[in-house]
Ligand binder design. Structure first.
Ligand code: ZN
Length: 197
């Protein structure tokens, strides 16, 4: 018979898997985050057409190096939210790394409106490299605060020593128009709280 903690863990795993699937995660990502097997996920959440969605993605470090300004900016936005949430709620029995990932990705998605340039799968891989969790044993990426603009951006840990170059946000402000920047980072829609006459 299952004990209370086992039942709690099982329910938590199912909740995480459901949230991952809802956000469009591949089966491999959902399996890593929830700890559920492919067989269970296929039975509960994914159909046969999802088989190829379980394949591994290319290295996120390589992807980030080749990414456009907009993709890099979005990756930095997600990473900043994730690191903040992860560090505020150390992983433990009451709040797991998976919950930190789902919560931070949901916050990131809310800020993007319709334009999400970082998928949940890439967000997962970024989290792996930023914290040395799940698929990674060590951190290979980190957030670096730019000495020019104060924004935080992702860099490879080998590049941190003597880093004086401007960050991705400095580059964007230098090269993009206001309209372009507004499209990349749309302001939240303000709700009118006053009563209509
Ligand atoms: Zn900067």
């Amino acid at each position: 018979m299952m004990g209370y903690m086992q039942i709690h863990r099982r329910i938590n795993a199912l909740k995480l898997a459901g949230a991952c699937a809802q956000l469009g995660a591949r089966m491999g990502t959902t399996s890593c985050i929830s700890g559920l097997s492919y067989t269970s996920l296929r039975y509960l959440l994914y159909d046969r057409n999802s088989e190829n969605r379980g394949r591994n993605m290319a290295s996120v470090v390589f992807w980030y190096e080749k990414a456009s300004y907009a993709e890099k900016a979005h990756a930095c936005m997600f990473a900043t939210i994730f690191m903040r949430i992860y560090d505020l709620h150390p992983a433990g029995p009451h709040y797991s790394a998976g919950e930190a990932l789902i919560d931070s990705y949901t916050l990131y998605a809310e800020r993007c409106h319709s334009t999400r340039l970082v998928s949940i799968d890439r967000a997962f891989l970024l989290a792996c490299h930023l914290k040395g969790i799940w698929k990674q044993r060590t951190t290979s990426l980190l957030l670096h605060r730019c000495s020019h603009c104060g924004c935080q951006s992702i860099i490879h840990r080998d590049d941190v020593v003597g880093m004086t170059t401007q960050c991705i946000f400095c580059e964007i402000l230098k090269k993009c128009t206001y309209a372009h920047v507004s499209r990349l980072f749309p302001l939240p829609t303000r709700r009118c709280t006053s009563r209509s006459r």
